[in-house]
Design a protein around this ligand. Structure first.
Ligand SMILES: NC(=O)c1ccc[n+]([C@@H]2O[C@H](COP(=O)([O-])OP(=O)(O)OC[C@H]3O[C@@H](n4cnc5c(N)ncnc54)[C@H](O)[C@@H]3O)[C@@H](O)[C@H]2O)c1
Length: 328
Protein backbone atom coordinates (compact mmCIF):
# COMPACT_ATOMS: atom_id res chain seq x y z
CA UNK A 1 0.00 0.00 0.00
CA UNK A 2 1.02 3.63 -0.58
CA UNK A 3 0.97 5.37 2.78
CA UNK A 4 1.48 9.08 3.32
CA UNK A 5 2.55 10.07 6.83
CA UNK A 6 2.40 13.82 7.40
CA UNK A 7 4.67 14.93 10.22
CA UNK A 8 6.47 11.62 9.68
CA UNK A 9 9.84 12.99 10.82
CA UNK A 10 8.33 13.66 14.24
CA UNK A 11 7.93 11.39 17.22
CA UNK A 12 4.64 9.56 16.57
CA UNK A 13 4.76 9.97 12.78
CA UNK A 14 8.32 8.60 12.83
CA UNK A 15 7.17 5.46 14.64
CA UNK A 16 4.28 5.03 12.22
CA UNK A 17 6.53 5.50 9.18
CA UNK A 18 9.05 3.03 10.59
CA UNK A 19 6.32 0.49 11.31
CA UNK A 20 4.64 0.71 7.90
CA UNK A 21 7.96 0.72 6.05
CA UNK A 22 8.97 -2.35 8.08
CA UNK A 23 5.80 -4.09 6.91
CA UNK A 24 6.90 -3.57 3.31
CA UNK A 25 4.51 -0.72 2.47
CA UNK A 26 5.57 2.22 0.31
CA UNK A 27 5.85 5.12 2.70
CA UNK A 28 6.06 8.81 1.85
CA UNK A 29 6.73 11.29 4.64
CA UNK A 30 5.88 14.97 4.40
CA UNK A 31 7.51 17.06 7.11
CA UNK A 32 8.74 20.66 7.22
CA UNK A 33 11.36 19.94 9.91
CA UNK A 34 9.91 22.56 12.22
CA UNK A 35 12.79 23.57 14.52
CA UNK A 36 10.58 23.29 17.58
CA UNK A 37 13.02 20.87 19.14
CA UNK A 38 16.40 19.42 18.18
CA UNK A 39 16.35 18.43 14.50
CA UNK A 40 18.89 15.68 15.19
CA UNK A 41 16.06 13.70 16.80
CA UNK A 42 14.03 13.98 13.60
CA UNK A 43 17.02 12.80 11.58
CA UNK A 44 17.04 9.66 13.75
CA UNK A 45 13.33 9.13 13.08
CA UNK A 46 13.97 9.36 9.35
CA UNK A 47 16.95 7.02 9.59
CA UNK A 48 14.93 4.41 11.53
CA UNK A 49 12.15 4.40 8.93
CA UNK A 50 14.63 4.31 6.04
CA UNK A 51 16.40 1.33 7.58
CA UNK A 52 13.10 -0.44 8.15
CA UNK A 53 12.15 0.07 4.49
CA UNK A 54 15.50 -1.24 3.32
CA UNK A 55 15.21 -4.34 5.51
CA UNK A 56 11.65 -5.09 4.38
CA UNK A 57 12.11 -4.28 0.69
CA UNK A 58 9.55 -1.47 0.78
CA UNK A 59 10.23 2.10 -0.20
CA UNK A 60 10.64 5.27 1.83
CA UNK A 61 10.57 8.79 0.48
CA UNK A 62 11.09 11.94 2.51
CA UNK A 63 9.57 15.20 1.26
CA UNK A 64 10.68 18.35 3.06
CA UNK A 65 7.65 20.61 2.80
CA UNK A 66 4.67 22.05 4.59
CA UNK A 67 1.19 20.69 5.08
CA UNK A 68 -0.02 24.19 4.15
CA UNK A 69 1.46 23.96 0.63
CA UNK A 70 -1.66 23.11 -1.40
CA UNK A 71 0.14 22.03 -4.56
CA UNK A 72 2.58 19.77 -2.80
CA UNK A 73 -0.07 18.23 -0.58
CA UNK A 74 -2.31 17.60 -3.59
CA UNK A 75 0.54 15.93 -5.39
CA UNK A 76 1.40 13.62 -2.50
CA UNK A 77 -2.19 12.75 -1.60
CA UNK A 78 -2.84 11.85 -5.27
CA UNK A 79 -0.34 9.01 -4.91
CA UNK A 80 -1.56 7.73 -1.52
CA UNK A 81 -4.04 5.00 -0.59
CA UNK A 82 -4.10 5.92 3.08
CA UNK A 83 -2.98 9.07 4.92
CA UNK A 84 -1.82 9.28 8.54
CA UNK A 85 -2.02 12.96 9.40
CA UNK A 86 0.35 13.71 12.28
CA UNK A 87 1.80 17.04 11.10
CA UNK A 88 1.02 19.78 13.59
CA UNK A 89 2.58 22.32 15.82
CA UNK A 90 2.35 20.13 18.91
CA UNK A 91 2.65 21.41 22.44
CA UNK A 92 0.42 23.55 24.57
CA UNK A 93 3.05 26.12 25.54
CA UNK A 94 4.05 26.91 21.95
CA UNK A 95 0.39 27.56 21.18
CA UNK A 96 0.13 30.04 24.04
CA UNK A 97 3.10 31.92 22.50
CA UNK A 98 2.06 31.64 18.84
CA UNK A 99 -1.66 30.93 18.45
CA UNK A 100 -1.87 32.14 14.83
CA UNK A 101 0.89 29.85 13.66
CA UNK A 102 -0.75 26.93 15.44
CA UNK A 103 -4.02 27.71 13.70
CA UNK A 104 -2.30 27.92 10.33
CA UNK A 105 -0.52 24.56 10.68
CA UNK A 106 -3.09 22.61 12.65
CA UNK A 107 -6.36 23.89 11.25
CA UNK A 108 -5.57 25.32 7.78
CA UNK A 109 -3.06 22.52 7.21
CA UNK A 110 -5.65 19.87 8.08
CA UNK A 111 -8.17 21.53 5.78
CA UNK A 112 -5.65 21.50 2.93
CA UNK A 113 -5.08 17.81 3.51
CA UNK A 114 -8.77 16.92 3.76
CA UNK A 115 -9.57 18.81 0.57
CA UNK A 116 -6.85 16.93 -1.30
CA UNK A 117 -8.07 13.63 0.17
CA UNK A 118 -11.60 14.42 -0.99
CA UNK A 119 -10.41 15.26 -4.51
CA UNK A 120 -8.41 12.06 -4.80
CA UNK A 121 -10.80 9.64 -3.06
CA UNK A 122 -8.24 8.25 -0.64
CA UNK A 123 -9.25 5.08 1.17
CA UNK A 124 -8.80 6.57 4.59
CA UNK A 125 -7.43 9.54 6.54
CA UNK A 126 -6.39 8.85 10.13
CA UNK A 127 -5.88 12.06 12.04
CA UNK A 128 -4.01 12.71 15.29
CA UNK A 129 -6.19 14.60 17.73
CA UNK A 130 -5.55 15.15 21.42
CA UNK A 131 -6.91 14.89 24.94
CA UNK A 132 -6.37 18.67 24.99
CA UNK A 133 -9.78 19.07 23.32
CA UNK A 134 -11.46 18.30 26.67
CA UNK A 135 -9.83 21.00 28.77
CA UNK A 136 -11.95 21.17 31.89
CA UNK A 137 -13.20 17.89 33.32
CA UNK A 138 -16.86 17.74 34.32
CA UNK A 139 -16.33 14.09 35.11
CA UNK A 140 -13.51 11.59 34.70
CA UNK A 141 -12.53 9.49 32.88
CA UNK A 142 -13.41 11.44 29.72
CA UNK A 143 -15.58 9.55 27.29
CA UNK A 144 -15.91 10.95 23.78
CA UNK A 145 -19.27 12.57 24.65
CA UNK A 146 -17.70 14.66 27.41
CA UNK A 147 -18.06 18.42 26.67
CA UNK A 148 -15.05 19.94 24.92
CA UNK A 149 -13.81 23.16 26.52
CA UNK A 150 -10.14 23.44 25.54
CA UNK A 151 -7.95 25.61 27.77
CA UNK A 152 -5.25 26.39 25.18
CA UNK A 153 -5.10 27.52 21.55
CA UNK A 154 -3.55 24.12 20.83
CA UNK A 155 -6.64 22.34 22.21
CA UNK A 156 -8.89 24.54 20.07
CA UNK A 157 -6.85 23.76 16.95
CA UNK A 158 -7.05 20.01 17.58
CA UNK A 159 -10.78 20.23 18.20
CA UNK A 160 -11.31 22.12 14.93
CA UNK A 161 -9.19 19.67 12.96
CA UNK A 162 -10.88 16.53 14.29
CA UNK A 163 -14.32 18.08 13.75
CA UNK A 164 -13.40 18.89 10.15
CA UNK A 165 -12.38 15.25 9.73
CA UNK A 166 -15.71 14.06 11.13
CA UNK A 167 -17.69 16.48 8.97
CA UNK A 168 -15.76 15.48 5.83
CA UNK A 169 -16.95 11.96 6.54
CA UNK A 170 -20.53 13.04 7.16
CA UNK A 171 -20.86 15.50 4.29
CA UNK A 172 -18.54 14.12 1.62
CA UNK A 173 -18.27 10.47 2.63
CA UNK A 174 -14.48 10.70 3.06
CA UNK A 175 -13.40 7.82 5.33
CA UNK A 176 -11.80 9.54 8.30
CA UNK A 177 -10.94 8.51 11.85
CA UNK A 178 -9.62 10.88 14.52
CA UNK A 179 -7.65 9.52 17.47
CA UNK A 180 -7.47 11.58 20.64
CA UNK A 181 -4.04 10.72 22.00
CA UNK A 182 -3.35 11.01 25.72
CA UNK A 183 0.27 12.02 26.58
CA UNK A 184 2.28 9.66 24.40
CA UNK A 185 5.82 8.71 25.42
CA UNK A 186 8.59 6.38 24.28
CA UNK A 187 11.90 6.30 22.38
CA UNK A 188 12.70 9.45 20.37
CA UNK A 189 9.86 11.38 21.99
CA UNK A 190 9.78 15.15 21.93
CA UNK A 191 12.13 16.47 24.63
CA UNK A 192 11.02 18.99 27.25
CA UNK A 193 8.08 16.93 28.38
CA UNK A 194 7.65 15.84 32.01
CA UNK A 195 8.85 12.30 31.25
CA UNK A 196 12.07 13.32 29.46
CA UNK A 197 12.83 16.13 31.91
CA UNK A 198 12.56 13.75 34.87
CA UNK A 199 14.73 11.09 33.25
CA UNK A 200 17.36 13.57 32.09
CA UNK A 201 17.63 15.29 35.48
CA UNK A 202 17.83 12.00 37.42
CA UNK A 203 20.48 10.56 35.10
CA UNK A 204 22.54 13.68 35.81
CA UNK A 205 22.10 13.26 39.57
CA UNK A 206 19.72 16.25 39.77
CA UNK A 207 16.31 16.17 41.47
CA UNK A 208 13.35 15.97 39.06
CA UNK A 209 11.49 19.32 38.88
CA UNK A 210 7.70 19.30 39.06
CA UNK A 211 5.65 22.22 37.67
CA UNK A 212 2.89 22.96 40.20
CA UNK A 213 2.13 20.70 43.13
CA UNK A 214 2.35 17.43 41.21
CA UNK A 215 -1.30 16.49 41.69
CA UNK A 216 -2.05 16.92 37.97
CA UNK A 217 -2.99 13.53 36.53
CA UNK A 218 -2.27 12.06 33.11
CA UNK A 219 -2.74 8.88 31.15
CA UNK A 220 0.76 8.13 29.91
CA UNK A 221 0.38 6.13 26.71
CA UNK A 222 3.31 4.13 25.41
CA UNK A 223 4.00 4.77 21.74
CA UNK A 224 3.73 1.05 20.85
CA UNK A 225 0.08 1.10 21.92
CA UNK A 226 -0.52 4.13 19.70
CA UNK A 227 1.29 2.43 16.84
CA UNK A 228 -0.81 -0.71 17.19
CA UNK A 229 -4.16 1.05 16.98
CA UNK A 230 -3.00 3.08 13.97
CA UNK A 231 -1.79 -0.07 12.25
CA UNK A 232 -5.11 -1.73 12.85
CA UNK A 233 -6.87 1.10 11.04
CA UNK A 234 -5.09 0.03 7.89
CA UNK A 235 -6.98 -3.26 7.93
CA UNK A 236 -10.17 -2.42 9.75
CA UNK A 237 -12.69 0.00 8.25
CA UNK A 238 -15.24 -0.18 11.05
CA UNK A 239 -14.53 3.22 12.61
CA UNK A 240 -15.23 5.61 9.73
CA UNK A 241 -16.37 9.05 10.86
CA UNK A 242 -15.48 8.26 14.46
CA UNK A 243 -13.47 10.14 17.06
CA UNK A 244 -11.81 7.80 19.55
CA UNK A 245 -9.86 8.19 22.78
CA UNK A 246 -6.48 6.46 22.72
CA UNK A 247 -5.19 6.34 26.28
CA UNK A 248 -3.35 3.93 28.52
CA UNK A 249 -3.95 1.34 31.21
CA UNK A 250 -3.07 3.66 34.08
CA UNK A 251 -3.70 7.19 35.14
CA UNK A 252 -1.11 8.67 37.47
CA UNK A 253 -0.26 12.02 38.98
CA UNK A 254 2.89 13.85 37.97
CA UNK A 255 4.45 13.47 41.40
CA UNK A 256 4.05 9.68 41.22
CA UNK A 257 5.59 9.70 37.75
CA UNK A 258 8.57 11.66 39.13
CA UNK A 259 8.88 9.10 41.94
CA UNK A 260 8.69 6.13 39.55
CA UNK A 261 11.46 7.63 37.38
CA UNK A 262 13.53 8.67 40.39
CA UNK A 263 13.22 5.23 42.03
CA UNK A 264 14.38 3.52 38.81
CA UNK A 265 17.45 5.75 38.50
CA UNK A 266 18.48 7.11 41.89
CA UNK A 267 16.15 6.67 44.90
CA UNK A 268 18.27 9.03 46.98
CA UNK A 269 17.15 12.11 45.00
CA UNK A 270 14.56 14.50 46.46
CA UNK A 271 11.75 15.97 44.31
CA UNK A 272 11.72 19.71 43.51
CA UNK A 273 8.66 21.90 42.84
CA UNK A 274 8.27 25.10 40.80
CA UNK A 275 5.44 27.30 39.39
CA UNK A 276 2.73 25.64 37.28
CA UNK A 277 2.77 26.24 33.51
CA UNK A 278 0.12 28.16 31.60
CA UNK A 279 -2.36 26.26 29.45
CA UNK A 280 -1.69 22.85 31.02
CA UNK A 281 -4.81 20.79 31.77
CA UNK A 282 -5.20 19.76 35.39
CA UNK A 283 -6.38 16.23 34.74
CA UNK A 284 -6.65 13.98 31.73
CA UNK A 285 -7.90 10.44 31.89
CA UNK A 286 -9.31 8.41 29.01
CA UNK A 287 -12.29 6.15 28.90
CA UNK A 288 -11.15 3.89 26.08
CA UNK A 289 -14.22 1.68 25.86
CA UNK A 290 -15.29 3.08 22.46
CA UNK A 291 -11.92 2.27 20.84
CA UNK A 292 -12.08 -1.09 22.58
CA UNK A 293 -15.56 -1.87 21.24
CA UNK A 294 -14.88 -0.67 17.70
CA UNK A 295 -11.29 -1.78 17.26
CA UNK A 296 -10.51 -4.08 20.18
CA UNK A 297 -8.01 -1.46 21.39
CA UNK A 298 -6.33 -2.58 24.60
CA UNK A 299 -3.22 -0.77 25.76
CA UNK A 300 -0.63 -3.35 26.71
CA UNK A 301 2.17 -1.35 28.33
CA UNK A 302 1.69 -0.24 31.93
CA UNK A 303 3.48 2.79 33.30
CA UNK A 304 6.19 1.00 35.29
CA UNK A 305 7.05 -1.28 32.39
CA UNK A 306 6.96 1.65 29.94
CA UNK A 307 9.11 3.89 32.13
CA UNK A 308 11.65 1.15 32.66
CA UNK A 309 11.87 0.40 28.90
CA UNK A 310 12.12 4.11 28.17
CA UNK A 311 14.92 4.62 30.71
CA UNK A 312 16.87 1.68 29.20
CA UNK A 313 16.46 3.22 25.77
CA UNK A 314 17.42 6.67 27.10
CA UNK A 315 20.64 5.40 28.67
CA UNK A 316 21.60 3.64 25.42
CA UNK A 317 20.95 6.76 23.33
CA UNK A 318 21.85 9.47 25.80
CA UNK A 319 24.79 10.76 23.79
CA UNK A 320 22.69 12.10 20.92
CA UNK A 321 19.30 12.41 22.61
CA UNK A 322 19.89 14.08 25.97
CA UNK A 323 20.01 17.89 25.64
CA UNK A 324 22.41 18.20 28.60
CA UNK A 325 24.90 15.79 26.98
CA UNK A 326 24.46 17.10 23.44
CA UNK A 327 25.01 20.72 24.42
CA UNK A 328 27.91 20.06 26.77
N1 LIG B 1 2.98 13.30 21.76
C1 LIG B 1 1.82 13.43 22.40
O1 LIG B 1 1.72 13.20 23.60
C2 LIG B 1 0.58 13.85 21.64
C3 LIG B 1 -0.62 13.90 22.37
C4 LIG B 1 -1.78 14.28 21.70
C5 LIG B 1 -1.74 14.56 20.34
N2 LIG B 1 -0.56 14.52 19.67
C6 LIG B 1 -0.58 14.84 18.23
O2 LIG B 1 0.11 13.81 17.55
C7 LIG B 1 0.79 14.34 16.42
C8 LIG B 1 2.27 14.00 16.49
O3 LIG B 1 2.81 14.57 17.68
P1 LIG B 1 4.33 14.31 18.11
O4 LIG B 1 4.37 14.20 19.56
O5 LIG B 1 4.91 13.24 17.26
O6 LIG B 1 4.96 15.74 17.73
P2 LIG B 1 6.24 16.08 16.84
O7 LIG B 1 6.42 17.55 16.96
O8 LIG B 1 7.37 15.19 17.21
O9 LIG B 1 5.77 15.70 15.38
C9 LIG B 1 5.07 16.58 14.54
C10 LIG B 1 5.83 16.69 13.23
O10 LIG B 1 5.08 17.54 12.36
C11 LIG B 1 5.99 18.36 11.67
N3 LIG B 1 5.30 19.58 11.26
C12 LIG B 1 4.93 20.64 12.04
N4 LIG B 1 4.36 21.57 11.28
C13 LIG B 1 4.35 21.09 10.01
C14 LIG B 1 3.92 21.64 8.77
N5 LIG B 1 3.39 22.86 8.69
N6 LIG B 1 4.09 20.88 7.66
C15 LIG B 1 4.66 19.65 7.73
N7 LIG B 1 5.09 19.11 8.87
C16 LIG B 1 4.95 19.82 10.00
C17 LIG B 1 7.10 18.66 12.65
O11 LIG B 1 8.32 19.04 11.99
C18 LIG B 1 7.21 17.34 13.40
O12 LIG B 1 8.23 16.52 12.83
C19 LIG B 1 0.50 15.85 16.41
O13 LIG B 1 -0.59 16.08 15.56
C20 LIG B 1 0.13 16.13 17.86
O14 LIG B 1 -0.73 17.26 17.94
C21 LIG B 1 0.60 14.17 20.29
Amino acid sequence: MQILVTGGAGFIGGHLAEHFAGEGHDVVVLDNFEPYYDLGIKDRNVEAARNAAEAAGGSYELVDGSITDEEQVDDLVAGADVVYHQAAQAGVRKSVEQPEKVNEYNVDGTMTLLEAARRHDVERVVLASSSSVYGKPEYLPYDEDHPTTPVSPYGVSKLASEQYARVYNEVYGLPTVALRYFTVYGPRMRPNMAMTNFVSRCLHGEPPVIYGDGTQTRDFTYVDDVKRVNAQLLEDDSADGEILNVGSTDNIDIQTLAEVVRDEIDPSLELEYTDPREGDAEHTHADISKANELLGYEPAVDIRQGVSTFIDWYRANQEWYDPLVRNS
